[in-house]
Design a protein around this ligand. Structure first.
Ligand code: ZN
Length: 427
């Protein structure tokens, strides 16, 4: 029923070619368009996207140079105002209450590209690695475009949010002075690309529907492997690192892979135990590249699941979005007569219950160790404060929800697969 009609199109030389490989899933399940028609449409869509991408490039260039066009009486007046506000927001990009939703609106949906260019400038990475600005814009535009804007959660705004959190963590006093330009470059790149081309469904769904990505990656870290290989494809297509010695660019690709694969939440315990052991033994030596890489993995994992550590108003929006994405998967499973995955049943799994389980089993254990690592820092104290308040708030909401006569909930504890039901769903 859900056999992928485009399987044969993407398999040969897939490591470079499959970066838009997750699209057929949605096309076939929901729209049931023919393979040929789907490809024609997607070709046209790509052209339009490229055009928009160029417009975005111009738009961003103005913003990044701090310039605004002056066309008296034109429609640009509103645009100018937005650009000014976005530029103002960028001056506070290192603050924890940064509102990425507002920033995305002010940049006309270009939060990821705009943020990354700004941070590359802040760190002097363009100069350090002698990056070509046109190639950089092309690469970042491709990454941003390959996130699915129709996903409630796994879209380019989530990527921008994770990148902004990663920036905050890279600035932590315990880390900042030890990091090399390459560490910062890889940390930001991994954050920006870590969920690229996410299809909005989890790994078990891809496995049970026999999606070609599941067989390609042998049912292991399917999504994360796809995010990484897609990123490598775009790096090579844009030529961003083509001026570097081959062994250096290859090493960067491998390190990006190791960082992105660390976001597989089914490996949470493995990382948590190692992190805890290092802290107990006090043997982290950030002079060592391997230890810095490990801390980048941990920082990225924290950034990826930091939503419950944000101020309530932002945290709540992320919670609703991720649950909406789960419920959509559940609806699809119901429609196609498949077993409904844990946490994906809107009738049974309420938002407060899902969030309390996620916070208790996934977020708190990791952030408690991060709190120790930072000594704790001011930011870490702020995050733990939000985390506890948000959890208490969800508990109240769950109580209210459960008091409603028709309410049922069964998802407090994460499900069995992948280190937690959310494990496979969340980021
Ligand atoms: Zn993510």
């Amino acid at each position: 029923m859900l056999a992928d009609g485009r399987v044969s199109t993407g398999h040969a030389g897939v490591l470079l070619a499959e970066r838009r490989g997750s699209y057929p899933l949605i096309d076939l399940c929901i729209l049931k368009t023919s393979t040929q028609q789907g490809e024609v449409e997607s070709g046209t869509r790509r052209k339009v996207k490229r055009l928009l991408s160029f417009q975005r490039y111009c738009h961003n260039s103005r913003l990044l140079r701090g310039l605004v066009p002056h066309t008296p009486g034109s429609l640009h007046l509103l645009d100018d105002d937005y650009l000014g506000q976005a530029a103002h927001m960028l001056s506070k990009v290192g603050t924890w209450n940064f509102d990425i939703f507002l920033f995305d609106r002010l940049t006309n949906g270009n939060s990821l590209v705009t943020l990354m260019c700004h941070l590359f400038n802040v760190y002097g990475l363009i100069h350090h690695f002698q990056l070509d600005m046109v190639k950089l814009h092309r690469f970042l535009g491709m990454v941003q475009d390959d996130y699915h804007s129709q996903n409630p959660y796994h879209n380019a705004v989530h990527a921008a949010d994770v990148t902004q959190a990663m920036y905050c963590y890279l600035k932590e006093p315990k880390l900042a002075e030890q990091l090399s330009p390459a560490d910062v470059f890889l940390g930001l790149m991994a954050a920006a690309a870590h969920d690229v081309d996410h299809p909005g469904v989890n790994q078990p769904f891809l496995i049970k529907t026999r999606h070609h990505l599941a067989s390609l990656y042998q049912n292991t870290s399917v999504l994360e492997s796809h995010h990484w290989r897609s990123t490598v494809g775009m790096l090579r297509e844009s030529g961003l690192l083509s001026h570097l010695p081959p062994d250096m660019s290859q090493d960067m690709e491998q390190q990006l892979g190791s960082l992105i694969l660390a976001t597989d939440i089914s490996r949470q315990n493995e990382f948590l135990l190692t992190f805890r052991e290092h802290l107990d033994n006090q043997d982290l030596d950030l002079q060592l590249a391997s230890h810095r890489h490990f801390m980048l993995q941990i920082a990225l994992k924290c950034a990826d699941i930091c939503n419950p550590c944000r101020v309530w108003e932002l945290s709540r929006q992320w919670s609703e979005r991720v649950c909406e994405e789960f419920y959509r998967q559940g609806d699809m499973e119901r429609k196609f007569d498949l077993e409904i995955s844990p946490l994906c049943n809107q009738q049974a799994d309420s938002v407060p219950t899902i969030q309390i389980g996620f916070i208790s089993y996934i977020v708190e254990p990791l952030f408690e160790e991060w709190h120790r690592f930072t000594d704790p820092s001011l930011l870490s104290q702020t995050m733990m404060g939000h985390l506890h308040k948000n959890k208490a708030r969800w508990s109240l909401l769950r109580y209210a929800h459960n008091s409603e006569p028709q309410a049922h909930s069964q998802a407090e504890k994460p499900g069995p697969e992948g280190g937690g039901g959310e494990g496979e769903c969340i980021p």
